[in-house]
Design a protein around this ligand. Structure first.
Ligand SMILES: Cc1cc2nc3c(=O)[nH]c(=O)nc-3n(C[C@H](O)[C@H](O)[C@H](O)COP(=O)(O)O)c2cc1C
Length: 201
């Protein structure tokens, strides 16, 4: 059966425009895949702890003992097993909120989401064929003079390569906080894009 893991890093909750966009995408996707199970990981609710020394020490000890079935690695196992992955995260400080970075550190576990072959080359171990990042940005980073400053999308794209997820897409509504823009029109165009993307994801 098809399944989708939805990772929600929308800190503003119900007021989040990114979450609105993600919900529209998921609604259409679920209509297209009525039998599919959508699992949600709400990072504001989960509140995973950062890898402070004692957390890292515990993780290293468990990993060295081969205890990859420990609850500490549950987020990594869930990510590795997902068929489709959607991450919703607003654009913060040129990338994404720290709660998403904490989650990414938690799921990047050798032997679960990625590993190394006999020749020492990195190999991805995730099942998903597609990962979609849904985001909204205050400024417009599609312009060549600003594109290089956008650090969220390239980071997730690179991680997909490491995890062995061949297709990475990003759906972004940009320039929403620029007073010169019609933010309602931008969001509505992004909603239409989300609907179209959900048809084929
Ligand atoms: C803590 C914080 C940091 C932000 N950093 C940036 C930034 O670096 N560049 C930018 O263009 N917009 C920035 N923004 C604006 C958000 O990207 C924009 O308002 C976005 O639509 C918020 O998404 P949301 O409605 O889902 O919360 C920031 C907003 C917040 C709250």
């Amino acid at each position: 059966m098809e399944d989708l893991l939805f990772i929600n890093a929308c800190v503003r909750g119900e007021r989040s425009r990114t979450l609105q966009l993600a919900r529209r995408f998921l609604e259409i996707w679920q209509q297209k895949h009525p039998e599919a199970v959508v699992a949600q990981r709400d990072l504001c609710r989960d509140r995973l702890s950062p890898q402070y020394p004692e957390v890292l020490e515990k993780r290293d000890a468990l990993w060295s003992a081969g205890k990859l079935d420990d609850p500490l690695f549950a987020p990594a196992r869930q990510f590795a097993a997902a068929g489709r992955i959607v991450i919703a995260a607003p654009f913060w400080d040129l990338s994404f909120p720290a709660i998403l970075k904490i989650y990414l550190e938690r799921i990047s576990v050798t032997g679960v989401t990625f590993g190394y072959d006999d020749l020492g080359r990195s190999v991805g171990l995730c099942r998903a064929e597609k990962l979609l990042l849904i985001t909204t940005r205050g400024g417009d980073f599609s312009l060549p003079e600003f594109a290089w400053m956008e650090m969220g999308e390239p980071q997730l794209k690179a991680l997909c390569a490491m995890y062995g997820i061949p297709s990475f897409r990003c759906l972004a509504a940009q320039g929403l906080d620029d007073v010169r823009n019609d933010s309602a029109a931008i969001l509505s165009r992004a909603m239409a894009e989300a609907e179209a993307l959900a048809e084929t994801f």
